[in-house]
Unconditional design. Sequence first.
Length: 56
Amino acid sequence: MTQPQPTITPKLEEPKFGFNEYAERLNGRAAMIGFALTVVIEYVSNQGVLSWLGLK
């Protein structure tokens, strides 16, 4: 005997926290912006980020 199939599909909102597609996309964008800013800082100041921050 076959199981009856539901007639409607619930519309669930994806959570904004935890490991989900939204959080991973946001984290990837923040990492790309950080990397680009690091490259710009090194190019403008002619020294590495550690030297720029005074750690080297």
